[in-house]
Design a protein around this ligand. Structure first.
Ligand code: RB5
Length: 155
């Protein structure tokens, strides 16, 4: 599974914790034959950056097929999720708990998960990521609803 991860200066430490967890996880929880690959698109230093730029760069990786899913982090997760959801093709879910992360896949087919480095500690954050990667889109009535979300891009 090809993942892309990005953060602003508000979530540098959380990004490193998540990368460490993903390296240990090594394979997709849904398919032991699917190795996890992580592309870190930055930011890499504590210098202040603008989270919409990070969201744009990460979402391009998904929309151009170089990554299947994305992890976006800022101080609260709010700004970066708002920015990501402005980009066609992106369904970004801001999650602060495991249940929401699971539902974001099963019901919303979220291709990006967002969290806040000043909100969610590393322990809960890695469990949220585990739930996100362990859950598959349920389809059925949810496919109709997700289709309607995507239709909003053309209205
Ligand atoms: C940056 O200080 C902060 O505004 C950003 O990380 C995020 O929390 C925005 O929603």
């Amino acid at each position: 599974m090809k993942l892309v991860i990005g953060c602003d200066h508000g979530a540098l430490e959380l990004k490193e914790e998540i990368k460490k967890f993903l390296a240990e996880l090594a394979v997709s929880p849904l398919d032991a034959n699917d190795p996890i690959e992580v592309n870190d698109i930055g930011t890499y230093t504590a210098d202040s950056v603008d989270y919409p730029d990070i969201a744009e760069k990460l979402c391009k990786e998904i929309n151009e097929g170089r990554a299947e899913r994305g992890i976006l982090l800022c101080g609260t997760g709010i700004g970066i999720s708002i920015a990501a959801n402005k980009i066609n093709g992106i369904r970004a879910a801001l999650c602060t708990d495991v249940f929401s992360a699971k539902m974001s896949r099963e019901h919303n087919d979220a291709n990006v998960i967002c969290m806040g480095g000043r909100v969610t500690g590393p322990g809960p954050a890695v469990e949220i990521i585990r739930a996100y990667l362990s859950s598959a889109f349920a389809g059925g009535r949810h496919a109709r609803r997700v289709g309607k979300i995507m239709d909003l891009e053309n209205k």
